[in-house]
Design a protein around this ligand. Structure first.
Ligand SMILES: [Fe+2]
Ligand SMILES: [Fe+2]
Length: 245
């Protein structure tokens, strides 16, 4: 990525807001004031508590009325009630760009910022990962991870932009899981997402899902990774600048 000096893009990010009628206003006024603070808001999944249509409607109403473009991926909680297709439709109807293995480009002061997004999945990290062997259920588990990583790689490949951001719910590195019990790392992310990111020139990777993890990390090849879960960043959103993270 090459940028003229002083030309910074401000990327606001948040994961795991877990919105419902009882907590929907917790961060709302902060998000509504994003206009002067950031050029976009990336939402790293778990927009809802249990993925009901009512919660999806609520999330769409909140994220569909912000003064900056909003790009989101879903998280495992958004899948829980089996209504994820409806939730995606509700969000899109309200103007939120939902990425499910796709990419989008935002124009920011003459720069093209590409965002490739997918939910991702678990599986673990190098040396401590699941393999597609044995029972059918185990193969299905690992194949979902592989399909998600392949989708992220293809979405990144499709981008023609000045900068690339990877947006997932599950983590692409164990760095940002520090603080979570090691026993559950295989359910929080996968090295295969990191490999997909490292296969392209990604400037920033953002995820959520690890509520007790750490904010700062990197993939094996050094791509900056940020865990933007609300409980990790401790506020309504974090802002990361491109370049100069
Ligand atoms: Fe979550
Ligand atoms: Fe999650």
């Amino acid at each position: 990525m090459t940028w003229r000096s002083g030309a910074r893009v401000r990327v606001a990010a948040v994961g795991d807001p877990h919105l419902g009628a009882d907590n929907g206003d917790l961060y709302r006024e902060h998000w509504e004031q994003l206009g002067g603070q950031a050029d976009m808001l990336l939402v790293a999944g778990d927009l809802t508590k249990t993925g009901t249509v009512a919660e999806g409607q609520f999330a769409a109403a909140v994220f569909g009325q912000l003064p900056v473009p909003v790009v989101a991926v879903l998280g495992n909680h958004d899948y829980h009630s089996g209504r994820c297709a409806r939730i995606i439709a509700l969000l899109r109807e309200c103007g939120v760009t939902v990425l499910d293995g796709q990419a989008t480009v935002l124009e920011v002061r003459g720069r093209r910022v590409g965002i490739a997004g997918t939910v991702g999945f678990g599986g673990g990290f190098v040396g401590k990962s699941a393999s597609a062997f044995g029972e059918t259920e185990m193969k299905l588990f690992v194949r979902r991870t592989e399909r998600q990583a392949d989708a992220l790689k293809a979405a990144l490949r499709s981008l023609d932009s000045d900068a690339r951001i990877a947006l997932t719910h599950y983590a692409p590195t164990s760095d940002t899981l520090a603080g979570e019990p090691p026993e559950i790392h295989p359910f929080l992310g996968s090295y295969q997402l990191g490999e997909a990111i490292d296969s392209h020139a990604v400037d920033l990777a953002i995820h959520g899902h690890a509520h007790f993890g750490s904010q700062h990390g990197a993939t094996l090849h050094g791509t900056p990774v940020r865990n933007a879960a609300t409980s990790v960043i401790g506020r309504a959103f974090a802002v990361y600048e491109l370049p100069g993270l």
